[in-house]
Design a protein around this ligand. Structure first.
Ligand code: NAD
Length: 297
């Protein structure tokens, strides 16, 4: 059993912290939103009055916050987690943030640190089946392994500081492009008089196959569990996909690399977000494509 401080008890953090409690760990949580704290207390967690108090005495400090600025402030800021935690503590940031901030925080926090973003969404967080992509020293990863295992099923050590965030950015850039081309093909099939089911039967067993097609098929019917069958309720929201594509483009720009499909995917999701669809699952991008979205100039 480990003493764990957990900061950020939102849609992902709350079930992750509950799974740590269920695994028998002593978890002290903090969130700026009082309702998040009462939910955590009801689940048997100990509530702290501040982030620093949650980190005090902790062997591991897990953060699950919205984005890079919140993580930098929470860890490095005045009253931050780095200074408040014991010298031997391990800081594990599970938020999805930019690679540069992840590296900056790891370099400046003065503690053993890992970036460990996740995929699997709120369902994976509830079921403790998340995939963790981890950046940081091998020996720190080994120490954190039992903690991460209590919240996830697949753990991949990707390399040094920032490597977890880099893997997440690359993966989600691939996912977005796969979803867009799958949706485009479904719309083209409609125009050509081909049923969605017929295209699915062929492509799911052929070289057009992808996770976007076989798990998150953007039209209702072929994959009953996909968000298209429930009005595109997420799932993985357009707002989060647009955020992750922005992080991928920032990462590409930081090394002077052009990623033409990644850039186009980002602009299409940004437009869909601006049109007010951030709360829909990212597979709803098919609606934009049906509307005849042209490539941005
Ligand atoms: P969320 O907004 O539900 O939760 C974030 C929580 O952090 C909120 O409860 C907020 O009050 C709290 N918070 C913000 N600033 C704080 C601070 N300074 N101190 C303490 N608490 C603070 O977001 P979420 O959906 O749980 O996502 C968290 C992270 O996980 C994001 O980086 C997101 O991109 C990533 N992620 C989310 C999903 C998903 O499906 N929701 C999937 C994979 C990754």
């Amino acid at each position: 059993m480990a003493r764990i401080g957990f900061v950020g008890l939102g849609k992902m953090g709350a079930p992750m912290a509950r799974n740590l409690l269920q695994a028998g760990h002593d978890v002290t949580g903090f969130d700026v939103v009082p309702a998040a704290l009462s939910g955590f207390a009801a689940a048997g967690g100990t509530v702290a009055a501040s982030a620093a108090a949650a980190a005090s005495g902790a062997e591991f400090v897990v953060t699950m916050l919205p984005a890079g600025p919140q993580v930098r402030d929470a860890v490095l800021g005045p009253q931050g987690l780095a200074a408040a935690s014991p010298a031997g503590a391990v800081l594990i940031d599970c938020s999805t943030i930019d690679v540069a901030t992840a590296r900056e925080v790891a370099a400046q926090c003065g503690r053993a640190a890992l970036d460990a973003p996740v995929s699997g969404g709120t369902m994976g967080a509830e079921a403790a089946t998340l995939t963790f992509m981890v950046g940081g020293p091998e020996e720190v990863y080994a120490r954190a392994h039992p903690i991460l295992s209590a919240m996830g099923r697949t753990l991949v050590h990707c390399g040094g500081a920032g490597a977890g965030q880099a893997a997440k950015a690359c993966n989600n850039m691939m996912l977005a492009a796969n979803m867009i081309i799958t949706a485009e093909a479904m719309v083209l099939a409609e125009k050509l008089g081909l049923t969605h089911q017929a295209l699915f039967e062929v492509a799911s067993r052929s070289s057009g196959q992808s996770w976007a097609l076989t798990s998150y098929c953007p039209v209702p019917g072929p994959v009953p569990a996909s968000p298209a069958n429930r009005g595109y309720a997420p799932g993985f929201s357009t707002a989060l996909m647009a955020k992750d594509l922005g992080l991928a483009q920032a990462a590409a720009a930081s090394v002077g690399l052009a990623t033409p499909l990644g850039a186009l995917a980002q602009s299409l999701y940004a437009r869909f977000l601006e049109e007010g669809h951030g709360g829909l699952d990212f597979s709803a991008i098919i609606q934009l494509l049906r509307g005849g979205a042209s490539a941005p100039g």
